[in-house]
Structures are given as C-alpha cells and as structure tokens.
Design a binder for this molecule. Structure first.
Ligand SMILES: NC(=O)C1=CN([C@@H]2O[C@H](COP(=O)(O)OP(=O)(O)OC[C@H]3O[C@@H](n4cnc5c(N)ncnc54)[C@H](OP(=O)(O)O)[C@@H]3O)[C@@H](O)[C@H]2O)C=CC1
Ligand SMILES: O=CC(=O)O
Length: 318
C-alpha cells in the first residue's frame, strides 16, 4: 500500500506527478484553515505533509497519529515545533540553497527601491505630478560604496554580500553567532558585534531565521544605535523586529527609511501604521517568488518527502 500524503499548497503538476509515483496524494491547493473538515479527515491517516507556513504544533500532531515526515517548501521552519516533532520521532525537512540567488535579488531590489525611492517616484510619474525637473526633496541616497551590515550571514546573507560587494562596491560588515570565512574571503566581509554593525552601517539587512534568540532582536535600543541616515531592510521574518519600535524610529527620524518583505502578521492589515509611511517600501513576502525558484523548492520538498517515506534519510533533514 502506498503511503498517504497531504500536499497543502499549490504546486506544479510535475511535482504532484513525481509524488504520485510512490504516494497517495490528498491535494489542497489552498488551505485557509487547518480546521478544514476534509483536511482533518485526511490528517488522521497521513504519513507525510508537504507545504509551507502551516503551524505544525502539538494540537495538529495529536490529530495525525500516522505521521512520519513533515516537509516545508521553504528554508525557514519557524512554523514547525521541532521539539515536539523530534519527541514523536517525526522527521522535518526544509528547502535551503535553491532559493539563495532569487532571494538575494529580491533583497537587493528592495534595498535599491528604498534608497532611490523607486516606488514613490513611479507613483509620482504615473499620477501626473512630474511637471518640471525634480528637486532635492525627491532625491534618494547612494547605494554604491556604502557600508552594508548583514545580520545573519548564512546562505542568503552571503549571496546578498556577493551582489553588494562585487556589483556595488559596498563594504560588508556582518554579525552571526559564528564566523563565516567564505564571506570574509570572497566578499571582504568583516565580522563585528551587533552593536558595532548597527553603529557603522549605512544599510542594515536582517537575514536571520526566526528563533527564540532572534525574536524582537531589532527594537528601540537597536534603532537608537543606527545612524539617522540608516536604511533598514528586513528579509527574515516579521517577528525578528519590534514593529512598534520601527514605526517610532521611522516617524521620529531615528532612521531614514525601511524596506520590508516580511511582517509580524501576514498578510499585513491594510491599516497597519507602517503602510502609511512615505519612507517605507513594502513587499508581500516575495523573496523566493519566481516561477523557476518556487518550482525548485517544491520539487526539493517532494524529494525530501519521498526519500523519507521510502526509508532513506531525506537530503534536507532538519
Ligand atoms: N523573505 C523571504 O522570502 C525569505 C526569508 N528567509 C528567511 O531567512 C532566513 C535565513 O535563511 P538562510 O540564509 O537560508 O539560512 P542560514 O541558516 O543559511 O543562515 C542563517 C544565518 O543566521 C545566523 N543566525 C542564526 N541565529 C542567529 C542569532 N541568534 N544571532 C545572529 N545570527 C544568527 C546564522 O549564523 P550563526 O548560526 O553562526 O549565528 C546564519 O549565518 C530563513 O530562516 C528565513 O526565515 C529565507 C528565504 C526567503
Ligand atoms: O520565507 C521564505 C522561506 O523560504 O523561508
């Protein structure tokens, strides 16, 4: 008998076909609630789960007594209760590396858009406000030759450093709990304490996973350490930042601007104070969102799923 799996996110037909060669698939293109009766019904007999974002906690696991493997189609796995999964002997996997270039492209795009006020200028032209040569009040700030501080110099962080250093001649500072020799050697990155990075950087880019140690890692104290001309970019998870403190820092001129791909609550509420600020550029969590990369991530997730259910060690076991 084939193992039963639930795919709870829209994936390419190629991915479904690959899984179906060895598994019975219950497919939910979109799962609005984990209390969906059909989903709960399938969960009772499921051996594997594939998707992203769903909170996999004790409550859900209690309803999935057959589960052997949970496969995220994302590199971040803050939606998984790893301790609870381990205690139950359930494997968990993620999809690192295949998204590095795409996410780094997005983050560099967000940084440029924020520094050069590209969305604001786009609206300026489209709304018929371009009547004469623009003046200083609409100027942006330079990116090239500036100091970029990366907090979380891992796979994505290093790929951002590559673009920034080799493409924009930026000087790279970074902060991790451990040294990243590759980034130091290839992109001249300098290791420093968090406080030093915050004080010295023109651009601060947050790229850590969300963990108990990084939750609210950037708050009032950290914004106060940044330069008044600093631009803050968040590509990690919303909860790594105290959003209230960010709003205050942007309103009070403590920092110049922010570019955000992630929010505490996603989708962000339309009346969120961050959305009404001119000096904030926002994206709807699209770091890896290209057709090609999402296909690679889904296929890697499926490869992990099938390997785990065939008794092999999945390539990206967490
Ligand atoms: N916006 C988007 O669409 C995307 C967001 N992400 C987010 O980015 C995260 C990072 O992805 P990726 O680069 O692949 O992951 P990696 O594990 O390769 O890198 C994470 C880095 O963060 C550092 N880090 C972890 N904990 C801390 C801490 N407490 N203090 C300082 N540094 C820390 C790690 O270094 P060390 O262990 O030495 O501290 C490591 O260098 C993901 O977990 C996800 O949340 C990723 C992809 C797309
Ligand atoms: O946020 C995206 C991820 O892959 O993690």
């Amino acid at each position: 008998m084939k193992p039963k799996v639930i795919v709870y996110k829209k994936v390419d037909q190629k991915v479904l076909d690959f899984i179906k060669t060895t598994c019975d698939v219950a497919y939910f293109e979109k799962l609005d609630s984990k209390n969906h009766p059909k989903f709960l019904h399938e969960l009772k007999n499921a051996h594997g789960l594939l998707g992203s974002g769903l909170k996999i906690d004790k409550e859900l696991l209690d309803q999935a007594p057959q589960l052997k493997i949970v496969c995220n189609t994302s590199v971040g796995y803050d939606n998984l209760d790893i301790e609870e999964l381990s205690a139950r002997g359930i494997m968990a996997t993620n999809t690192p590396e295949v998204l590095n270039d795409t996410v780094a492209d997005t983050l560099i795009g967000l940084l440029l858009a924020t520094a050069r006020r590209i969305p604001e200028m786009h609206n300026f032209v489209k709304n018929g406000k371009w009547k004469s040569m623009i003046g200083e009040e609409l100027f942006g700030v330079d990116v090239h030759h500036k100091v970029l501080g990366i907090i979380g110099m891992g796979a994505v962080g290093t790929t951002i450093a590559k673009r920034a250093h080799l493409g924009f001649d930026m000087q790279i500072l970074y902060h991790n709990r451990s040294r990243n020799e590759q980034a130091e050697k290839l992109y001249g990155a300098t290791y420093c304490s968090l406080d030093e990075l915050l004080k010295q950087s023109d651009y601060v880019c947050l790229m850590t996973p969300l963990t108990p140690a990084t939750e609210n890692m950037i708050g009032k104290r950290e914004f106060e350490l940044m330069k008044e001309t600093a631009i803050f970019i968040n590509g990690s998870r919303g909860k790594t930042v105290d959003e209230e403190a960010l709003v205050d820092a942007l309103n009070s001129g403590q920092i110049l601007a922010a570019g955000l791909d992630v929010f505490v609550e996603e989708p962000v509420q339309p009346d969120h104070p961050l959305l009404s600020l001119e000096n904030v550029v926002t994206l709807p969590h699209i770091g890896s969102a290209t057709y090609e990369t999402r296909l690679k991530m889904a296929m890697l997730g499926a490869t992990n799923l099938v390997a785990g259910l065939q008794g092999q060690t999945p390539p990206n076991l967490i």
